[in-house]
Ligand binder design. Sequence first.
Ligand code: SAH
Length: 214
Amino acid sequence: MLYETSIQKANLIMTLRSMGITSDRVLSAIEYIPREIFLPSNFHSYAYQNNPLPIGFDQTISQPFIVATMTEALALQGNEIVLEIGTGSGYQASILSLMTRRVYSIERLKPLLVNAQACFKKLKLTNIISEEGDGFLGWPKLAPFDHIIITCAIKELDGRLLNQIRYNGICIAPVGDLNSGQRLKKITVKKNRSDDIWEDLGPVSFVPLISDKD
Ligand code: SAH
């Protein structure tokens, strides 16, 4: 069983490399974190396939390639403070926690947050601070962050979140909705919003960000 898992993991890493992921730190983190523990038990055997999977409450754990792409885009050095909006299963936060100083993660659905926190504890990832809440407005009382990663699709990305990022920090987010389609955007934040650098990382399909304030 363990032997099989390590073969499946090695295959996944090879797939991610062949799709263009080059960061050894990202690939090592993906190899280290056991994705199966973030999944309902009936999906454990699919954990190392490069697919998104259901985690309950109509939510999904992202495809490993997307997790790798988003993590790589942050170009983490190891000492950053990152905010994640949409903890979900906790998998993305766990990958980030190995690569940076501290991860704050906010999730609106309590049962998912409780599961995610149990996983963080099991893996002894003590640098993740997660809370139940609406991430539509970010987490202003903890701002500024070095980077923000949004793992649910946001209709518009503007100053309310970008102003919570330090100068030269990065926001990575799926932007758009079901009608217009979603694109993964990387924004490098400058002093003035008009100087921000927007890059397009291609089409994606995320569950929507849901908020009363939207
Ligand atoms: N990063 C997750 C994937 C998350 S799926 C993982 O690694 O598994 C998107 C998550 O965003 C869902 O859990 C959903 O409940 C959450 N979400 C949606 N709108 C939100 C909001 N306004 N604030 C916080 N979380 C939100």
